[in-house]
Design a protein around this ligand. Structure first.
Ligand code: O7M
Length: 205
């Protein structure tokens, strides 16, 4: 399980990770946390000994995208997330300076407007340049299809609980990790919420 740590401020972030670290496999940090706590939060969170995924959904021209990836890696991120729909030059440039996850499709309804129509091509691109892909738990059939394209790349999958997908549905469809945010950090008891989800996921492995 990957914790989507979309909380505001370093204090709350460290609190939530402190309560849940024994149940999670990695921490995903994104704009809500970085914009309120600063990039230095990555170094603070590394003290918990878990991999840090910088979810900046990088989507700029190649030299700027690569610079974002370089800075995130320099700050301590083990992985950086890039938008595959930006094209091969962007993904290739980023792959030279960071270890990547490529967003191949997304979990929200609007993904069907544009990105979903290209998810297989993006997964093929990811296979050339990335460690893994992001694919939606809200559409398990998409995970199955993309698994056939990416082979043994890591598939990480958001959209669980708060966005409607059942715990375990992405893993059952072929994902390696489920990304879970609000169902943990907005729970009155994040430690218990993480533990219960972990138990369900363990039953599938
Ligand atoms: O569990 P939630 O819904 O509170 O949070 C989901 C997290 O996954 C949140 O951090 C989103 O930014 C992220 N996410 C999606 O929800 N859908 C996507 O399609 C892709 C991501 C993501 O992680 O992209 C890298």
């Amino acid at each position: 399980m990957i914790l989507a740590l979309d909380v505001n401020g370093a204090k709350r972030a460290v609190e939530v990770v402190g309560e849940t670290s024994k149940c999670i496999d990695a921490i995903k940090v994104g704009y809500p946390l970085i914009l309120t706590a600063g990039l230095g939060i990555i170094a603070d969170l590394k003290k918990f000994g878990l991999p840090i995924i910088a979810d900046f959904k990088v989507a700029d021209v190649p030299h700027v995208s690569a610079e974002i990836c370089r800075l995130a890696t320099k700050a301590g991120a083990d992985f950086v997330i890039v938008q595959g729909i930006m094209g091969s030059d962007v993904v290739e440039a980023c792959s030279k300076v960071a270890t990547l996850f490529v967003v191949s499709d997304m979990s929200h309804p609007g993904a069907l407007d544009y990105i979903s129509g290209h998810n297989q091509e993006i997964a093929g691109l990811a296979k050339r340049f990335a460690e893994g892909i992001v694919a939606p738990a809200t559409r398990p059939q998409t995970i199955k299809t993309l698994r056939n394209i990416v082979g043994d790349l890591i598939i990480i999958s958001p959209g669980v609980k708060a966005q409607g997908a059942k715990v375990g549905s992405a893993i059952s469809a072929g994902a390696d990790f489920e990304i879970i945010g609000r169902a943990i950090y907005s729970s009155p008891d994040p430690a218990l919420a993480a533990e219960q989800i972990k138990i369900k996921l363990k039953g599938l492995i």
